[in-house]
Design a protein around this ligand. Structure first.
Ligand code: ADP
Length: 519
């Protein structure tokens, strides 16, 4: 009989440890532990209560107890455990009374704490209908059941925490604006996030499992080269840490759809403790904007220096000629040369004015306006007066609706807009023709325009000419001076007034630039 009992004890222990190692669900492990413990004790009822993060005990497994009794039992158990200065005797008395409350035949109770690293995780409670003393052996066996249960609970909690963290990490990776990719120890793609799908044109499901060199093919490498680095022995484990020297690669990627995409990638290797490569985490950044900014800077410096040099050279040349004391110049010659100096100085001033405005707009999008009532027609007249001295080929026409309302605006800024538009109308109609300026109002806004009979604009160029530094790539604009700032500034000024600026044009058929100003 005793022999039989010992064998059963061993069987139970085996069953419980198997349940734990088979990574069964926590509730199943708890059920088996409880079952074994109650049977071992010759009991009839039992429960396991676990402490949650707030310190409250919750009943997670029961044996022989009707489910509708569980909430009330949980409250009783918490009330019991909250009592201060609870001695062993009265604890067991009260526990036994709980058992009797469930089934009048109950006579005795057992409570085993589930503890891991001195942390109380919960309790295993068993009730039985007979009274007797449990032997030292019984207690030991039961405690080993409880220890097993504690391990299972602890594992389950760790597993849950890891799972939550893994989910969080996966969400961060998936939704990161940067591309993130994980490579295995043979440089094959193990993970590929959404940002990377966007940057490379590859779907994660197609990319995963492929060697990285097959997915990331470069049209042009600017810095670093993964394949060469690998040939050269990269990555090497550093002695003291599990990580190694990262590799930086930058260039233009050939996307799967044949387009190109500027990318910068940092490959960071991770190693096993013995120095073998474990994985490589790659962080990929879209550097298109950075590249554009760099290019814009280059364009800016070259056009500005060109634009500054030309008038300065003309001014210097003409002034130097006039200064010669070995020649007596006739008065009309002096007048002509001084005229050139004056015009070129004006051009310099205008250029500097435009640059200042552009940098102010860059710094904060709000352009400060000194508003007043502006009579557009009078303003246009003054602009034309200035330009008509500079060209013989162009005819200027004003077509303003009679009684046009004055517009609330900044006169200096609006003059800058008209100057730019008329100057362009002249520059981009090298054969000459009519330049017409006009406006009408509809009670809510004034719409003004500058029309020329020049080279016109393709629709592709029409959509880009208002960008900063954009100049149409053609023989004419290469010959004519300009910075590509005029229209950018003009539109910014009009938008600061609450208006809009747009263009209607066709190649070879002239252009009309419109702007509206709210009344
Ligand atoms: P810029 O004239 O200094 O080059 P803008 O910003 O004033 O700079 O104009 C940008 C580009 O738009 C010009 O380089 C030119 O190619 C085109 N453009 C502007 N105005 C006209 C026009 N009236 N007719 C044809 N093309 C124009």
């Amino acid at each position: 009989m005793l022999q039989d009992f010992r064998v059963r004890q061993r069987d139970f222990l085996l069953e419980i440890s198997r349940a734990i190692t088979a990574q069964l669900e926590l509730s199943e492990v708890l059920r088996r532990v409880l079952n074994a413990s109650v049977v071992m004790l010759g009991g009839q009822l039992g429960l396991i209560a676990l402490r949650d993060s707030s310190g409250t005990y919750r009943i997670r497994a029961t044996l022989g107890i009707m489910s509708e009794r569980v909430p009330e039992l949980g409250e009783q158990l918490n009330a019991l455990l909250e009592q201060e200065k609870l001695d062993y005797e009265s604890f067991h008395d009260q526990l036994t009374r709980m058992g009797i409350g469930l089934d009048r035949r109950m006579r005795q109770s057992f409570a085993l704490p589930l503890i891991i690293a001195e942390e109380p995780l919960g309790f295993l409670v068993a009730f039985r209908a007979t009274r007797g003393t449990a032997t030292q052996d019984d207690i030991q066996i039961l405690q080993s059941f409880a220890d097993q249960a504690a391990i299972a609970v602890h594992n389950a909690q760790l597993y849950e925490r890891i799972n939550v963290e893994r989910q969080q990490l996966a969400a961060i990776l998936q939704h990161s604006a940067d591309g993130v990719m994980i490579l295995d120890d043979e440089f094959r793609i193990a993970s590929f996030n959404r940002a990377l799908e966007r940057m490379t044109g590859w779907l994660a499901e197609d990319a995963i499992g492929k060697p990285v060199a097959e997915v990331l093919t470069w049209k042009r490498l600017e810095k670093g080269d993964l394949e060469q680095a690998i040939v050269g022995g990269w990555p090497l484990a550093q002695d003291t840490s599990m990580s190694g020297e990262p590799l930086y690669v930058e260039g233009d990627l050939l996307r799967r759809d044949g387009m190109t995409q500027s990318l910068a990638i940092i490959y960071a290797p991770l190693f096993h403790a013995d120095g073998r490569l474990r994985t490589i985490i790659a962080n990929v950044r879209d550097i298109t904007n950075f590249r554009q900014a760099q290019e814009m800077q280059n364009v800016f410096i070259s056009t500005i220096s060109h634009e500054l040099k030309t008038p300065v050279a003309l001014i210097k040349g003409h002034a130097a000629t006039l200064r010669r004391d070995d020649v007596e110049f006739p008065p009309e010659f002096v007048r002509e040369y001084s005229g050139v100096i004056e015009e070129e100085s004006d051009r310099l001033t205008e250029l500097i004015e435009n640059l200042l405005t552009a940098s102010r707009i860059q710094a904060d999008r709000n352009l400060k306006l000194n508003k007043d009532d502006v009579m557009l027609e009078a303003l246009a007249k003054r602009v034309i007066e200035r330009f008509s001295t500079q060209t013989q080929k162009h005819r200027f026409v004003l077509r303003f609706a009679p009684g046009l309302s004055p517009v609330p605006g900044d006169e200096v800024r609006l003059r800058q807009v008209l100057d730019n538009l008329v100057s362009n109308a002249i520059k981009y109609s090298p054969e000459g023709g009519t330049v017409e300026i006009g406006a009408h109002d509809d009670g809510t806004q004034v719409v003004a325009y500058v029309r020329d009979e020049g080279v016109g604009l393709s629709s592709a160029d029409q959509s880009r000419i208002f960008e900063r530094f954009y100049r149409v790539d053609g023989a004419l604009s290469r010959k004519t001076q300009g910075t590509g700032l005029g229209l950018y500034l003009s539109r910014a000024i009009i938008e600061a007034h609450g208006g809009r600026m747009w263009v209607e044009s066709a190649p070879g058929n002239g252009s009309t630039f419109y702007f509206s100003l709210p009344l």
